[in-house]
Write a protein that binds this ligand. Sequence first.
Ligand SMILES: *[C@@H]1O[C@H](CO)[C@@H](O)[C@H](O)[C@H]1NC(C)=O
Ligand SMILES: *[C@@H]1O[C@H](CO)[C@@H](O)[C@H](O)[C@H]1NC(C)=O
Ligand SMILES: *[C@@H]1O[C@H](CO)[C@@H](O)[C@H](O)[C@H]1NC(C)=O
Ligand SMILES: *[C@@H]1O[C@H](CO)[C@@H](O)[C@H](O)[C@H]1NC(C)=O
Ligand SMILES: *[C@@H]1O[C@H](CO)[C@@H](O)[C@H](O)[C@H]1NC(C)=O
Ligand SMILES: *[C@@H]1O[C@H](CO)[C@@H](O)[C@H](O)[C@H]1NC(C)=O
Ligand SMILES: *[C@@H]1O[C@H](CO)[C@@H](O)[C@H](O)[C@H]1NC(C)=O
Ligand SMILES: *[C@@H]1O[C@H](CO)[C@@H](O)[C@H](O)[C@H]1NC(C)=O
Ligand SMILES: *[C@@H]1O[C@H](CO)[C@@H](O)[C@H](O)[C@H]1NC(C)=O
Length: 444
Amino acid sequence: MMLRKLPFILLLFVAALPACTKVDMNFGGEIIDPNYTQIIKVDTFNVSMSTVYLDSFITSAKGVTLLGGYTDTAFGRIDTKCFFEVAPPAYTAVYDNTYYDSLSLILKVNHNYYGDTTKPIHIDISRVNQVIQPYQQNGLYLYNNQSFSVNPSFIGSADIMVFPYNRVDTISIRMDDNLGRQLMAKLQDATDFDMKNSTNFLNFFNGLMISSNSSSSAIFGFSDSVTMRLSYRKAGIFPNDTHVDFTLANKAHHFNNISVNRAGTPLQNLQTAREIPAVLTHNVSYSQPSSSAMIKVRFPNIRDLLNFPHYAKVLKAVLLVKPEAASFDRKLYLPPQLRLSTTNYLNLVGQDLTAISSTGSAAVQYGNLVLDYNSGNTYYTYDLSSYIKSIITDPNYNYTQSGLLLTPPSPAYETQFARLIAGSTLNPITNSQIQLQIYYATVQ
Ligand SMILES: *[C@@H]1O[C@H](CO)[C@@H](O)[C@H](O)[C@H]1NC(C)=O
Ligand SMILES: *[C@@H]1O[C@H](CO)[C@@H](O)[C@H](O)[C@H]1NC(C)=O
Ligand SMILES: *[C@@H]1O[C@H](CO)[C@@H](O)[C@H](O)[C@H]1NC(C)=O
Ligand SMILES: *[C@@H]1O[C@H](CO)[C@@H](O)[C@H](O)[C@H]1NC(C)=O
Ligand SMILES: *[C@@H]1O[C@H](CO)[C@@H](O)[C@H](O)[C@H]1NC(C)=O
Ligand SMILES: *[C@@H]1O[C@H](CO)[C@@H](O)[C@H](O)[C@H]1NC(C)=O
Ligand SMILES: *[C@@H]1O[C@H](CO)[C@@H](O)[C@H](O)[C@H]1NC(C)=O
Ligand SMILES: *[C@@H]1O[C@H](CO)[C@@H](O)[C@H](O)[C@H]1NC(C)=O
Ligand SMILES: *[C@@H]1O[C@H](CO)[C@@H](O)[C@H](O)[C@H]1NC(C)=O
């Protein structure tokens, strides 16, 4: 254990030097007891790091339609499919003298994307042939690992360039005319049972699935305002070219299936192995909950601090999380926000760590990412002062099992793909090593 003994007065002094700007001597506004003889900084505590498997997560009612897939040498091939229901407006008998024109699906971009967006994305539309229902009978949610059966032939396909930041922010995909004509005929028949209300319609139509194929190299986010538009002409003295929109009927039945093929990647055993220590994956760990990987950190020997010579109290603790050098770029960008949440042996996401914000209230910490594409000095920082102070005195804290999970906040957690590959303390590159810095006071 390397200790840096610095006299209190000297430490205050060096804090003013530009070269030491990272030595932040604000101990939360706390008045330093004059009896403390020294403030010591230790940054050699063991931070054990691993990748844990995220069983399943709710993707329904998140307001995001995912479309596409991409291949990541670290995380594997990731593909998304979105299932949803559309229903017509309340029926009115206005369809006499009408002629079918076309059927199309309209999606609205939500400005989120991951991967190589310079290539067109392939889109396939399928008709679901089961009623979309939550996971358990009387359940409320649909999960990332769920799916419903679909008719084998596509009812719409396209290859489209998506420009997430263009002014035109919708894409439209032509759909099968046979289906379009069938729907038109049903609307024209004022006695048609299926068109009476959305319950009847959904029992007949079930829903849609949009998917991509292995030629895609990006995932795009769209909103959940998905519209199936039936365009038709109403004949008359003044022919009227108009349309009827089938809109998203039930947000709770709109969900994304996310599948991952990790064959040949460092994480290929994840899932069978519920947890993989960083030392088995080249001294890095992986966070991308949307593909079921989360980083867990533990502080197995933090209690040793209590036995350090003349130890009095922890003043401050800071965790620096550093991406592995060259593990990210502008296409495979880092999560702009990552939170740390408490967890135990179950690896469920618990409480998010907070810090006192400038307004004086507790705010969730998102890591204040410092991004540096050039010289590799990129890191997230967390104030762990309260957390470390509480665990070292908590008799029930399980040092071998409990810890912190590093994940983006929801809904990025379930609907975005920005990922982090972070170095452990054993990573050969110093700039990639996770580091816990503790400042503590001693008394003679
Ligand atoms: C400093 O130590 C003295 C002697 O042990 C004690 O009486 C005094 O209360 C301490 N001061 C503070 C601020 O704790
Ligand atoms: C750090 O923790 C790991 C896992 O608990 C352990 O194998 C290793 O010996 C520890 N290293 C130090 C320096 O305490
Ligand atoms: C989804 O994962 C859960 C575990 O979280 C499991 O119980 C369930 O059977 C899985 N569902 C499917 C369709 O694989
Ligand atoms: C949905 O995802 C799971 C894995 O998360 C996969 O096993 C299943 O086949 C997927 N369903 C479809 C239709 O891709
Ligand atoms: C829908 O219409 C059918 C028959 O027209 C009727 O029996 C049913 O109660 C209606 N359902 C709703 C929810 O309105
Ligand atoms: C995916 O779609 C593209 C474009 O339509 C097509 O050329 C390619 O063959 C498809 N790939 C697979 C694996 O189906
Ligand atoms: C065309 O039809 C639509 C839908 O019925 C209606 O709202 C619109 O007013 C009509 N336009 C004209 C010019 O008649
Ligand atoms: C990971 O760390 C261990 C322990 O220091 C070392 O033996 C091993 O070579 C490292 N592996 C890589 C790929 O850096
Ligand atoms: C920590 O938790 C594990 C798993 O629940 C248990 O086996 C172990 O005994 C616990 N250790 C302590 C010190 O409580």
